[in-house]
Design a protein around this ligand. Structure first.
Ligand code: VAH
Length: 312
């Protein structure tokens, strides 16, 4: 059986629903520190779980006979800058618990999300390579870079089958934005429908790597289903979808809502975004487990607006 830790988060919500449709709802146990969206809550078994409590995680793994764990619980970049120690402790403690369960053979396979946040201001910003200078300047990025090192260590030392992807900014409509710097690209669709205007916390020239959630879920399941010997990178794979700045996503929205207006009031999140790359080279993922992105900006805009319009 599969356990999703952090099932109520932006990725967790969609991953849980996708895996339940694929494997059957009783094969996928959702868990989180609190309950989530009703579509998720009514889709199958749910457990309240504090990802930092080893005994609680172990008890659920044993009781539900879990073999695969997707650890999706984390504090994202903007929130972790407000609470550095809480962010570090949540992101790392939860990872050690799951890695140690696998080291002790209590589970077979782990998915753990990394992020383009592992790259810092000194990393090449265009077509950022899989292996390059990584001096992350955010708590979240430091925790993801360190987590990648530990994943590779547990694979090399204990043979733990942990697989990981460096997600770009993810955009989806099933959950509200939650403390990420890239979440302006989610909020903008809600505000375009509700107010026909949006005050953006990043400036117009801020190009960032992004991806529609359906592509991210497909990549996650694809790397987990790949044959073990095809996974050549046990830190975390670069993954690329698209890159755009707030101007470009605005133009895409204006094709549907011509009167939509954006204005700019950059805040502390501008420095976070400025430390990240603008585009990612994901040729290793393409080579090792046949990754390729599918959804581009205008198609994403159509999907987002058509699924959100009834809310406003
Ligand atoms: C964040 N959405 O903004 C996350 C992600 C690359 C960005 O890690 O913190």
């Amino acid at each position: 059986r599969i356990l999703i830790i952090g099932a109520c988060g932006q990725i967790g919500t969609e991953l849980t629903i996708y895996l339940r449709n694929k494997f059957g709802k009783h094969k996928v146990i959702a868990s989180d520190i609190r309950e989530g969206e009703k579509e998720l809550m009514k889709s199958g078994p749910f457990e309240i779980l504090d990802a930092m409590d080893y005994n609680a995680v172990e008890e659920i793994v044993i009781r539900h006979e879990i073999t695969d764990v997707y650890l999706m619980a984390a504090m994202l970049s903007a929130t972790a800058e407000k609470f550095p120690m809480k962010g570090w402790l949540l992101n790392m403690t939860s990872l050690f618990h799951v890695l140690n369960l696998a080291r002790d053979k209590k589970i077979d396979k782990i998915f753990w999300p990394s992020s383009i946040a592992v790259f810092g201001p000194t990393t090449p910003k265009i077509d950022t390579p899989q292996r390059t200078v990584m001096e992350p300047s955010t708590v979240y990025g430091i925790s993801k870079q360190t987590g990648e090192r530990w994943c590779e260590y547990y694979y090399n030392r204990y043979g733990v089958d942990v697989r990981s992807i460096r997600y770009p900014g993810l955009i989806s409509y099933k959950t509200l934005p939650g403390g990420g710097t890239t979440d302006y690209a989610v909020d903008i669709y809600h505000k375009a429908l509700k107010h026909k205007k949006y005050i953006c916390f990043l400036n117009a020239e801020t190009t960032l790597p992004m991806m529609f959630m359906d592509d991210a879920i497909r990549a996650t399941v694809s790397i987990m289903e790949a044959d073990k010997e095809n996974i050549k990178i046990r830190s975390s794979y670069n993954l690329s979808g698209m890159s755009f700045d707030p101007e470009e996503i605005t133009e895409s929205i204006q094709k549907h809502i011509p009167e939509f207006k954006i204005s700019y009031e950059p805040d502390f999140r501008q420095a976070i975004a400025d430390s990240w790359p603008q585009s990612i080279d994901d040729s290793e993922a393409r080579k090792d487990w046949s990754w390729e992105t599918k959804i581009a900006l205008d198609e994403m805009t159509e999907i987002m607006l058509s699924n959100l319009k009834d809310k406003y």
